[in-house]
Design a protein around this ligand. Structure first.
Ligand code: SAH
Length: 394
């Protein structure tokens, strides 16, 4: 029997607008007894065909793979992966002598809900956020090697923490194809980046801050920089290359501080301008001397769900207020939120409130977002998550 999901009357509307998720509440019945991760057809209450996708347990019940009739086979994966690769070539972020780190697949933004693929030199790191993608990991990895014409040789699978929490699957990470690539230097616009995809956060690096790091580099000359929530120290390396007078990196994770020190040392051996501290952000900001005139605030997502929104907004306000109180006149703040549930406007209001409470006069110089290799499907505005402001503080 054909595996299919039948929608309640009227619930096809969001699909007709190409939104790629079906919530469990929109479903009237399921036929053919699909297992989690199976490919299913989605039909209207009148049995009209709408789309095909991966079924899963949870509030998002189906993630759509195609709105036209398609078999989800080798040809499908080839098409989607090569289209995404073509986009990255157009963007000029694929591998060259000075740059070889970028996102190849950004879930819904690349028509593949539940899948992330990041490229680190000759290794691809594949991450599944759905059981459907988890079960397709082998064919995805094999197709990837073909589609990228020799640019990569290894595929590492890292989904221990990203698969739905209730999914009945084995959560081992490891190489699906190849192994560690000897002598592969990982470069972001010429900067050597420390990346640990085996134990690190995300796939090993916050690639999404690449263009913002490049902007910071251009504004760092002669400044005293605080890189708060530094993780692997990307902003610190950029500031040092940009000619900063001094750079202090802070993160509560000792491992992050270790990676930051390694990253700085490999780019700037014997440079005495940098120091790194394993400390809590709020504590550091409270007790620090007011010596900085460029501050980066890139905290982890304060709200992962809508319920946490109010507290998250308060968190952004408090964090930014502390920076406004201490930054030197003529200082620059790069402030970010990567919480998907916090809108651009809400974030801006929190920062605005913080500036008002601190009594500083503030100009917005730039409004930042995720880079183009993290595209947003026009039909899936939820894909927009990273927002930032570059502020000039009088
Ligand atoms: N700016 C980084 C990414 C930051 S990710 C980059 O460009 O790569 C967020 C970081 O915040 C993580 O490394 C996490 O360890 C750190 N963190 C979380 N809570 C913290 C806290 N209370 N104080 C300091 N750092 C914290």
């Amino acid at each position: 029997m054909q595996k299919k999901v039948i929608l309640k009357k009227g619930k096809e509307e969001s699909l007709q607008r190409f939104h790629p998720w079906i919530f469990s509440g929109a479903i009237v019945s399921i036929e053919g007894n699909p297992e989690e991760g199976d490919v299913v057809d989605v039909v209207t209450s009148q049995d009209q065909w709408l789309a095909v996708g991966h079924i899963q347990v949870g509030s998002i019940a189906v993630r759509i793979l195609s709105f036209t009739r398609k078999t989800i086979d080798q040809t499908f994966w080839e098409e989607r992966l090569s289209r995404a690769y073509d986009v990255r070539r157009t963007l000029g972020v694929t591998s060259s002598a000075t740059h070889n780190i970028y996102r190849l697949i950004h879930g819904e933004g690349d028509g593949l809900p539940g899948l992330v693929i990041d490229i680190y030199g000759r290794t691809a790191v594949v991450q599944a956020h759905s059981v459907g993608m988890h079960r397709s990991r082998e064919i995805i990895s094999r197709t990837l090697i073909d589609v990228m014409h020799g640019e990569i040789e290894s595929v590492y699978y890292k989904s221990e923490t990203t698969l739905p929490f209730k999914a009945q699957v084995e959560r081992a990470g490891g190489y699906i194809i190849g192994g560690p690539v000897e002598g592969d230097t990982l470069l972001e616009y010429g900067m050597k980046m420390p990346v640990d995809w085996i134990n690190g956060q995300k796939t090993g690096l916050f690639i999404d801050q690449r263009e913002n790091r490049a902007l910071l580099e251009r504004m760092s000359q002669g400044r005293t920089v605080l890189n708060m929530f530094c993780y692997t120290g990307g902003f610190s390396i950029a500031a040092l290359r940009g000619g900063a007078r001094l750079v202090h990196s802070v993160d509560s994770s000792a491992r992050a501080i270790e990676l930051t020190r390694q990253g700085v040392a490999v780019n700037f051996p014997d440079d005495t301008r940098h120091e790194a501290f394993a400390e809590d952000a709020f504590r550091y900001l409270d007790s620090m001397e007011p010596i900085y005139d460029l501050v980066v605030l890139d905290p982890p997502a304060f709200a992962k769900h809508k319920d946490a929104l109010k507290r998250a907004l308060l968190g952004y306000r408090r964090l930014n207020e502390k920076a406004f109180l201490k930054i030197r006149p003529g200082g620059i703040i790069f402030t970010f939120s990567c919480s998907q549930v916090v809108s651009k406007e809400q974030f801006r209001t929190s920062v605005f409130t913080a500036a008002a409470i601190a009594g500083r006069s503030v100009r917005i110089l730039y409004q930042l977002h995720q880079p183009a290799d993290h595209p947003v499907s026009i039909f899936h505005p939820e894909g927009e998550y990273l927002k930032g402001l570059v502020l000039y503080v009088e």
